[in-house]
Write a protein that binds this ligand. Sequence first.
Ligand code: G
Ligand code: G
Ligand code: MN
Ligand code: NA
Length: 254
Amino acid sequence: LAMDSALRRAIKRNEFFLVYQPIFHIATGNVVGVEALIRWQQPDGSVLSPVEFIPLAEETGLIFKIGEWVLRTACAKIGMFSRAARGPLRMAVNISPYQFRDPQLLSCVKDTMESTGIEPAQLELEITEGVLLDDSSEAEETIHRLRALGVQIAMDDFGTGYSSLGYLKRFPIDRLKIDRSFVTGMESTRNDQTLTEAVIKMGHSLNAQVTAEGVETALQWQYLHEQGCDDAQGFHLARPMRAEQLLEFLLDRA
Ligand code: G
Ligand code: G
Ligand code: MN
Ligand code: NA
């Protein structure tokens, strides 16, 4: 309960901030986008990770307000980031399953695009496999409507949930994000190498692009390159950073 009122206070007092992790095109090494990740700076200065407060935000319904704030804040930055990178970047935003099921999601996305001027194709919403399970006809409808706006849909944490090939065929998605647990295992486990390769092939056969998450070594990058993976993100390449640091990072590389 104490955490609950702290969360409400956090919204009022603007205690949330976003960090941005660069996403790289493997074939060229260029930065092609960033993923926005929320953090909570408490009054005592300590910073909480989303795994410590998103579940509570979901339970209390505060996730809707927080999610809207994330979307608006992230999209408002893309113009500046793209100018620094000298080319349009993609902004990937994590969408909670609760937000995904919110009937107001579509109007929220539309309003955000209008007020921030982000091109629809620059916005990528990351959903998880779980959203496809509960009421798949509604989920299907939501995905179709979002894609009709021109927004891209990515399946996050791919391989950790319950989705089957049948779901993937039914739900048109633009991107698969290979969960970091598979990427981590690539160097030591032949199995995980085979798995990442299979996911990349599967994604491509569904006309989706594939991003590998959690790339922590040069060898993982090299394997992914050889396997034809499109994009990668991870600590080996760049850590999530505040907007000001990201700007410097992009300007340095441009
Ligand atoms: O950035 P970090 O590794 O701490 O993120 C931990 C988890 O929190 C990840 O699963 C990530 O998808 C999730 N997450 C990060 N930012 C957001 C956000 O803005 N909204 C939602 N719903 N989840 C987020
Ligand atoms: O579930 P999702 O993919 O949205 O989670 C993204 C989270 O993964 C972010 O919180 C980010 O901080 C974290 N992350 C990004 N790159 C790496 C990495 O190379 N290693 C590890 N351990 N975590 C990473
Ligand atoms: Mn994500
Ligand atoms: Na993920």
